[in-house]
Design a protein around this ligand. Sequence first.
Ligand code: SIN
Length: 325
Amino acid sequence: MTVTTDTNTRIADLRAAATEAAVTATATDRTRAGSAAPDLPFDVVPLSGNIGAELRGLDLRTLDDAQIAAIRSAWLHYKVVFFPGQDLTPSEHLAFARRFGEPTEGHPVIPGLADQPEVFEIDYSAARQLAAAYGKIGGISRGLHWHTDVTFVQRPPLGSILRAVVVPAAGGDTLFSNQEAALADLSPALQGFLGTLTAVHDGEDQFRAILDLVGEGHWEGKSFTRLESVEHPVVRTHPETGRRSLFVNPGFTTRIKELEIAESDALLAFLYQHSVSPEFTVRYHWQPGTVAFWDNRATQHAVTGDFGDAHRVIQRVTLRGDEPR
Ligand code: SIN
């Protein structure tokens, strides 16, 4: 190809425009983990460049208000924090959760523990038996089943607090992905477009079989026999930090309302892949008793399906959230 003076001028113009766009993006939304790490009165061990930290040397049963405030600021910054070396009972787990908000029902469809209904247990062996008997249900995927907790309701939980109860001898790690970093990594043009879109979220596919089995679900004090789909913005603004994040997940998002089905499928497939790119994630290896607390407004997570038939049990408390905006 002969490169003419006109072509050279055009290339120079394009380079200048690209540089300007990159500078603008850097100045606005292309920050990664976001604000500077807070100065905290306990040991903090960051686990990746973008998300996750261990907070060490704390006993979650005996925290004062200043420690709770410091944990909240670490949680907002790191998006998922882990507390190794804990040994909580379900009621101590619930008491710790109450320091950060109001616990929800254990799960909209799956009943919680008999004597502690706000505590939702997943015994992965029992889930497999249920799946064998009743077909596809949530939480049994052998592969990576990325999701954000309970986005198929109008007000999804603001955060989840998980206690590792039975940990397999090998495998069973959980991955978390930072959805603010995932959004910030996209071009300003795509970020702008995504900000105009609405996504439909639906729990029917995953939970219909269990809902039929248990008869009725419960959320925010109301009972229901079928799950209605809900709509949330594709990009949400965090009510505490003001930061924007991607808010679609392959667990529950079924389509983008404003687009044709083929367009919606293609865009969601791209976002699902992009939003869990390794650079936005952390992988956590559990020890029995470890507690994790994640910000459900800015993350997705997935359990690795690599523990064969080994026993794995977690208990989880979720905190009441607001309507994503
Ligand atoms: C969950 O999806 O909330 C459970 C995560 C886990 O079992 O590690």
